[in-house]
Design a protein around this ligand. Structure first.
Ligand code: TXA
Ligand code: MG
Length: 345
């Protein structure tokens, strides 16, 4: 199959026609590009799993453009859902709710719940309104690789496997949406994103943070969200997270010097890196820049032929928690705490 790159004013309408015909289209959102299909068409949704190489039990997020669609997808809407929708939609927050009968189980990975969000991207909303369908859309990457934040990333992963990619420019946020379960006794954060725990607490009061946000699941421990079980976001290179100050980071990298070793660093680290090749993913205090740059940086490191990457660990707070969560998974939970430098004491 030849994958079309759709751009220009007619592009959303063309994408809508392909989706209505049961085809797959990669679409831009404010977080990452999604691989969309009609969420109510089991055959179309099955094609998503095949194109991505995604495990069948990993459920999809359903994208909507109106609250009327939310009512159709769920059999019970707790008042908290409406309060959150009012506060954060359109935006990078996904709500897990009890599913309604018309939602096929292939969409929900066999679960009785459905994950729903309204994306804050004008082209995505235009497309959703044009086709009038709820769209199931996981990130538009091959399963396991870094999520795509440009149309070119989607093409690199899925060209020849899907009908089209809708060109919508680089994604503003850069990491996937916050996933919040409202089917647990206390609302539970399953995946951190740009809607931060503090923002959620402001609306909900009570919020639990699932232990797997910052720790590896132990054997026998249940995954609250099936996606947490799988290796994620990983480039070909081996990634290790380093905790410590800029001088200690630079010193550690100097000790590792050999071809194929790269630093994934903050701007402040550059003066400490000597001859170590590096890619910068933002300033230390700028979690928004780190989020926007992370996945493109991981892909770029593969293009550069990196074999081992040492990433300077972000501060796991606010949006930084989302960046840390993704990097930790890219690193397969490998992290090293560096000794503080004397000049930093
Ligand atoms: O920002 C985003 O959320 C992007 C864009 C395209 O919207 N989508 C995305 O989808 O990241 P995906 O499939 O890569 O991640 C969906 C996550 C997975 O971890 C999945 O397990 C979880 O949401 N999820 C989906 N339905 C669920 C459910 N019913 N219960 C628990 N977790 C669920
Ligand atoms: Mg994904």
């Amino acid at each position: 199959m030849q994958t079309q790159l759709l751009s220009g004013p007619e592009a959303p309408a063309r994408a809508a026609r392909l989706l209505a015909a049961g085809e797959l289209v990669a679409i831009p959102t404010e977080t990452v590009y999604g691989l969309a299909a009609n969420a109510l068409d089991a055959q179309a949704v099955a094609k998503i799993f095949a194109a991505k190489g995604r495990p069948q039990d990993n459920p999809l997020i359903v994208h909507i453009a109106s609250l009327a669609q939310l009512e159709e997808l769920t059999c019970h809407l707790p008042p908290q859902a409406l309060a959150l929708a009012q506060a954060f939609w359109p935006g990078p927050l996904t709500l897990v709710l009890p599913k309604s009968e018309p939602v096929p189980t292939v969409t929900t990975g066999g679960l009785p719940s459905v994950a729903v969000r309204m994306p804050a991207h004008s082209m995505a909303l235009e497309l959703l309104s044009a086709c009038g369908l709820p769209l199931a859309a996981p990130s538009a990457n091959r399963s396991g690789s870094p999520s795509p934040t440009t149309a070119q990333h989607c093409m690199a992963d899925l060209s020849g496997r899907i009908a089209a990619v809708l060109e919508g420019g680089p994604c503003r946020v850069g990491v996937e949406s916050t996933v919040l379960s409202l089917v647990t006794p206390v609302p539970t954060l399953l995946r951190p994103g740009a809607v931060t725990p503090d923002m959620l607490r402001g609306v909900l009061g009570e919020l639990e943070e699932h232990p797997s946000l910052t720790k590896e699941l132990q054997p026998g421990q249940a995954a609250a969200s099936p996606g947490m079980k799988y290796r994620h976001y990983a480039p070909c290179a081996q990634v290790t997270l380093l905790q410590g100050d800029a001088a200690a980071f630079g010193r550690y990298l100097a000790q590792q010097a050999e071809p194929g070793v790269y630093a994934l660093c903050f701007e402040e680290d550059i003066p400490h890196l000597g001859n170590t090749p590096y890619l910068c993913y933002g300033a230390k205090a700028d979690a928004a820049a780190q989020a926007a740059g992370l996945f493109a940086a991981l892909r770029r490191l593969d293009e550069l032929g990196a074999q081992r990457v040492y990433a300077h660990s972000p501060t796991a707070h606010g949006l930084g928690l989302a960046v840390y969560n993704r990097l930790l998974r890219a690193a397969g939970f490998r992290q090293i705490e560096l000794q503080a430098s004397e000049d930093a004491l």
